[in-house]
Design a binder for this molecule. Structure first.
Ligand code: C2E
Ligand code: CA
Ligand code: CA
Length: 624
């Protein structure tokens, strides 16, 4: 454990020491004058004055370099020298006065030395390398003096003086250990031995001062371990703790010397670089080092026979004070935002905080704020995109949500639906979409038109909500005749598999009893494990538009589409191709047995009225 020195504490001791020397020192001047020792006392006192003056300058200097660790270390060397000098001077006057037994100055001298050693052991207690030699410098001459008396009580006093210094050393040493322990614990994390959050923030604040003064830059990381909770939950906290220790050890070994590393929370670490001179170095070093660090963290761990693999999400923030004067917490927040961006992008990666990211976050916040009001004010509309059959005739539609805000413009349902899932609004919003769609479908029915295939997107959180089946049932009973129920398809994505799978299956089966069918949306983009296709009660696969787009360009996508079509045949499922934009795509899909088609080649999603005019009532209307 490295010795911890509280510089500020020592700064105070300088003034105390000056006071304790100059004021009692006057007594020596007076006694010296009274007993014919004035010259030596005067020389001694003058030297004391010079050393004190220097001490005072050291005291003042501290205030200027308070934030600079390196300068403080050099300053402290001077402070130590000051202490040696001042206690050395006390020993010197002892040597001068001690032989003066006739004038009884020897009593003064002896008492001085005993007093000085108490002062030294109390004032210098936080640095063992300082109080041990100084105590010896003070007491050993006294011991020697007693020995030189050559009398039996001289020997006894010499012996006593040794006991005395022994006790002082013992007591100081105990206090020293306690101080060091407390100082260590207040700055370090108990589990990993890394610095703790408090120290890190203190350090950052000092660093910011220095960067500003020297016009330099630095960068910091916030590192969060991915899915660490799973390890804790499945293998227990013991293993979790050991893993944290190992990871900390690795990060420390990799970064120590160049970075300050701290554990700031359960599985969160923060790091800050050294001072750097230019922006280019800062940018390139921060990315390169983060990549290497991620590699180091990702190497396998073996703990109590378990082989563990772990990745991390790293957010980077540049500390560039030319641009803005911000405090430590500001940079921590930036790195935090960047780190969350990594999580949002699927973890195991590195993101730098920049203007674009912060603008996006601000926009997302704005969207989140407005979404509820948009929903409450009926600003979320439903559009309908036609589905075509193999005979090139419209056979149904998919309901798609639209939101256009006056200030923010059009907001993609991908964004606001995800946000509604996050905030929980999706339950209300989802019910609203269901009811509105059912009403539309009922109005077509009332006008005497029949829709074969009516698709509604259902989000995972909606599906697993405990009231979902009851809500759907109520909405259906209120709006639809029984004949229409079997034309309804709920489109779900593979994200429902992340939730409770047996529960999802149960809900789907209950809904199927109401007559509703299921489509697996975006098929091929997720896990696409065949085993769940057998388990989940789906009736239809939707080939994701991204494969369809690249049919003519990429052989792999072509193969993918053919594979999905043949899988569907094996499982006896219908296939809908999304995002069909060209005749070539349509022909290809037709040739390989696709059942239904959707995309701009046929039509874009349309407003309810427009869809009604164009398809429901016009000549190319839905089949009667
Ligand atoms: P999705 O379910 O895969 O919907 C198909 C998306 O492809 C729609 O985007 C549609 O407008 C677009 N699209 C249709 N034809 C073409 C084409 O030929 N080319 C291209 N490039 N795109 C085409 P949209 O409306 O922006 O919706 C995006 C996603 O948002 C949807 O993907 C769906 O996952 C989600 N979403 C939309 N509405 C709802 C909703 O009411 N509820 C839920 N839970 N999700 C919704
Ligand atoms: Ca869909
Ligand atoms: Ca899709």
């Amino acid at each position: 454990m490295k010795q911890y020195i509280d510089y500020q504490f020592f700064q105070k001791q300088i003034m105390l020491m000056i006071g304790l020397s100059l004021i009692p020192g006057l007594v020596y001047l007076v006694f010296g004058w009274l007993y014919g020792m004035f010259m030596p006392a005067l020389i001694w006192y003058s030297l004391m004055g010079i050393v004190s003056l220097w001490g005072y300058r050291l005291y003042r200097k501290y205030l200027q370099i308070e934030t600079n660790e390196a300068e403080l270390a050099r300053w402290y060397e001077d402070v130590k020298l000051f202490m040696y000098l001042i206690f050395g001077l006390w020993t010197w006057i002892f040597v001068v006065f001690a032989p003066e037994s006739e004038s009884h100055l020897n009593y003064i001298a002896i008492f001085t030395q005993l007093g000085a050693s108490v002062v030294a052991s109390a004032l210098l207690v936080s640095d063992r390398k300082l109080f041990v030699p100084i105590l010896l410098i003070l007491i050993l001459p006294l011991t020697l003096f007693f020995l030189l008396l050559g009398t039996w009580y001289g020997y006894v006093l010499a012996f006593f003086s040794l006991i005395y210094v022994g006790v002082l050393l013992y007591a100081s040493n105990n206090t020293y250990n306690l101080i060091q322990k407390t100082a260590y614990e207040s700055r370090h994390d108990v589990l990993t031995g890394l610095y703790n959050r408090r120290f890190f923030i203190e350090y950052m604040e000092k660093l910011l001062f220095r960067l500003k003064a020297n016009r330099q830059l630095a960068y910091m990381y916030l590192i969060d371990l991915d899915h660490f909770k799973t390890i804790n939950d499945s293998l227990g906290h013991d293993i979790g703790d050991k893993l944290l220790q190992k990871i900390s050890g690795r990060i420390e070994a990799f970064a120590s010397g160049t970075h300050i590393v701290s554990r700031i929370g359960g599985d969160e670490f923060a790091m800050v670089s050294q001072e750097l001179d230019d922006k280019e170095t800062c940018i390139s070093e921060s990315s390169q080092f983060a990549e290497n660090l991620l590699e180091v963290i990702k190497r396998p761990y073996v703990i109590d026979g378990h082989h563990l693999y772990l990745s991390a999400s790293i957010g980077i923030s540049y500390i560039d004070l030319h641009l803005q004067g911000a405090d430590a917490s500001n940079y921590m927040k930036e790195a935090d935002i960047a780190m969350y961006e990594v999580k949002a992008q699927g973890r195991d990666g590195i993101v730098r905080f920049d203007k674009a990211l912060s603008d996006r976050i601000a926009r997302d916040l704005e969207i989140e704020k407005k979404l509820y009001f948009a929903f409450a004010n009926g600003a979320i509309e439903l559009y309908y995109q036609p589905l075509y059959s193999r005979e090139n005739r419209i056979t149904g539609c998919e309901v798609l949500s639209r939101w256009k805000d006056r200030e923010l413009g059009e907001i993609s349902p991908e964004i606001f639906i995800a946000m509604a899932e996050k905030t929980g609004l999706i339950i209300e919003l989802g019910n609203y979409i269901l009811e509105e769609s059912f009403k539309t479908l009922a109005s077509w029915e009332a006008a005497g038109h029949y829709c074969n295939h009516f698709s509604i997107n259902i989000s995972a959180r909606q599906l697993t909500n405990s009231a979902f089946v009851a809500d759907v049932k109520a909405a259906i009973e209120e709006n639809l005749s029984s004949g229409f129920r079997s034309t309804i398809y709920f489109e779900v994505t593979e994200s429902i598999l992340v939730e409770d799978i047996p529960k999802a299956i149960r809900v789907m089966q209950e809904l199927k009893r109401l007559g509703i069918r299921f489509a697996m949306d975006d098929f091929g983009t997720g896990y696409s494990s065949l085993s769940y296709l057998r388990e989940l009660p789906v009736d239809e696969l939707k080939i994701d538009g991204s494969f369809v787009h690249h049919i003519e360009m990429s052989e792999e996508d072509e193969t993918m589409v053919k594979t999905i079509l043949s899988i569907a045949k094996t499982f006896d499922l219908k296939v809908v191709a999304e995002g069909v934009e060209t005749k070539d795509q349509y022909d290809f899909l037709l040739k390989h047995g696709c059942d239904l088609f959707q995309g701009f080649y046929f039509d874009a999603p349309l407003e309810k009225e427009a869809f009604y005019r164009k398809y429901v009532t016009a000549s190319i209307s839905l089949p009667q």
